[in-house]
Design a protein around this ligand. Sequence first.
Ligand code: 6PG
Length: 474
Amino acid sequence: MTKARIGVTGLAVMGRNLARNLARHGHPVAVHNRTAARTKALIEEYGDEGTFIPAETPEEFVASLERPRRLVIMVKAGAPTDAVIEEFAPLLEPGDMIVDGGNAHFADTRRREAALRERGLHFVGTGISGGEEGALHGPSIMPGGSAESYEALGPLLEDIAAKVDGTPCCTHVGPDGAGHFVKMVHNGIEYADMQLIAESYDLLRHAAGLSPAEIAEVFRTWNTGRLESYLIEITAEVLAHTDAATGRPFVDVVLDQAEQKGTGRWTVQTALDLGIPVSGIAEAVFARSVSGHAELRRAARNLPGPQNDVRYLSGFADDVEQALYASKVIAYAQGFHQIQAASAEYGWGIDLAKMATIWRGGCIIRARFLDRIRAAYEADPRTPTLLTDDHFAEAVGAAQDAWRRVVATAAQLGIPAPGFSSALAYYDSLRAERLPAALTQGQRDFFGAHTYRRVDREGSFHTLWSGDRSEVEA
Ligand code: 6PG
């Protein structure tokens, strides 16, 4: 009987589409689902797409896999993933591998990888980005795990991944939880990107007075230039869409409370632990949170706002394009800084240029722009920030006047733009020769004797605030 080269258990849409993608590429794939009806439905509907080997039980599923066994689990993150691991691990033999293709928290992946390594098994936490369509037609794939497991898995995953200029959007990210970490930051950047697009729409709608259909055209135009990306492309589609039930613009009938499954929140929590400022991602997470506080918003609805109702018609859309581009560079620079810091913290050895390379296609943040980021990290893998790369320094510098006008306009008109304004604040903070943090240090020393350092000599100091205010070496 033909042995399967790889197996997928968990045949909800993502798992089913991943199995179909593997089969379409000529790889015999074993398929299993706790509810056998799902497996049956897959074979009935798509059985002609390639060689599927259905299994009703975990034992049957494992027996159908060639050695070393490659078993992909596509189930909900958290406890369901642990349950499936426990169901299959006892059936596997040393050298076999379990691939977790869900959006697991990287700390869980590190724990699982260590535990399964003890049992001679490889555990490969793998980010898979691109949604259901990506899983079927070519996702961006971010596997972690051991180098040995990538030898067995890499050719398969690269075969089914999206390709850009013939290069697969898949590479070995690094050991243990590195893959899921990078996927988490991908999602954090996705949040920031989406927030900046939302603010661009809000400004064009309520400062420039454009209609959703007119704004859709603006986004379509932007998608032919440096902002070309999947998110810009789908934004034009969403804004051009008319609600069939009412004939009104679709965006006007959707409840304005954004939800979130959690990967953006994890990104910010992890960045706080690492001490890396990801203000763009944080503002995006909080903007979704604010939108969900209906009670709070109702209570504050009639708070006084600005009087002037300025209408910027000529040139404002171009200003917003520049503000969007500059703020996007900031968000990506912060995300890559976080990956760089985690790689150093956990000894992952992540190649940032390769991360930009595999994000050029297949994933939700796929964009022409990522090729520039790839070039920047290839030119200087250790650069502390993308912002000092010649291309980005010049582009953001040239955009800053427009960017400042947009932030000022938003403030004057009372249109919330936390993404644009925090990105500008981050840019100006990095540029500043002196920051007001000196005053913060003085305050901390005054009320808590937390000491401070000086600009003119080494050491830590404390001023005797409640005494003669002389300074002592701490
Ligand atoms: C992807 C997507 C995917 C999922 C988001 C939704 O990379 O394919 O990011 O992971 O659609 O995580 O996340 P929220 O519900 O948090 O927006």
